[in-house]
Design a protein around this ligand. Structure first.
Ligand SMILES: C[S@@+](CC[C@H](N)C(=O)[O-])C[C@H]1O[C@@H](n2cnc3c(N)ncnc32)[C@H](O)[C@@H]1O
Length: 194
């Protein structure tokens, strides 16, 4: 498998799945790699993406997984107050409004449910750049080891928000959330609904 900066953080996100997770949702599921892992920790997984091509691919790759439903659906169309765990990996920056996307993700949780976002941030501060530069050799090494390219890549979008921008919106929409900066220009955001 080629090295994938998002898949690298799957285990980080899975640590936040509640112990009794009946219903989970993965938004922007792409080829379904996270949904398949999540299905081992949840009774049922809904996995949605706006790309019909990615949903077809995810279904093909997930034959045999009996507790996942993949469907074409926009984040803004997901059900409210339905899930114990919601993940959103490398997708939130595709939405036209970051705060609106966070609100919709939050509202899809049941009380006590957990939201886990993995996102990309734009470097702004000296420490942002230091971390990105320190990741460059690791990135080169991983890419060299896993030279093969993915056959189908999901749609991508530019990310323009800095960590400060992200925290400002999250403070308002997700009080009590925790944002952590990671290697490879990523951050994780964890929020538990009261
Ligand atoms: C960079 S890919 C990440 C895919 C997957 N989460 C992964 O980690 O491989 C972003 C995905 O979000 C999907 N997407 C974009 N806008 C969306 C929206 N409004 N609602 C749901 N999915 C969306 C795209 O079709 C794409 O598959």
């Amino acid at each position: 498998m080629p090295f994938n900066h998002n898949d690298f953080y799957h285990r980080t996100l899975l640590r936040h799945v509640p112990s009794h997770c009946a219903d989970a949702l993965d938004v922007g599921c792409g080829g379904g790699s996270f949904a398949r892992r999540l299905a081992r920790h949840a009774g049922w997984v809904d996995a949605v993406d706006t790309s019909a091509e990615m949903i077809d691919l995810a279904r093909t790759r997930s034959m045999g997984a009996g507790n996942i439903e993949f469907r074409v659906c926009d984040l803004m169309g997901i059900d409210a107050a339905r899930y114990d765990f919601v993940s959103c990996i490398a997708t939130v920056h595709h939405l036209p409004s970051f705060p609106d996307a966070l609100e919709r993700l939050r509202d899809s949780l049941r009380p006590g449910g957990v939201l886990a976002v993995l996102g990309l941030y734009r470097e702004q501060t000296v420490s942002d750049w230091a971390i990105s530069l320190s990741a460059a050799p690791v990135n080169l090494l991983f890419n060299a080891v896993t030279r093969k390219q993915a056959e189908v890549t999901p749609p991508v979008a530019d990310h323009s928000m800095t960590l400060a921008d992200i925290r400002t919106d999250a403070d308002r929409v997700l009080p009590g959330h925790r944002v952590r900066r990671h290697l490879f220009w990523r951050y994780s955001m964890i929020y538990r609904k009261p």
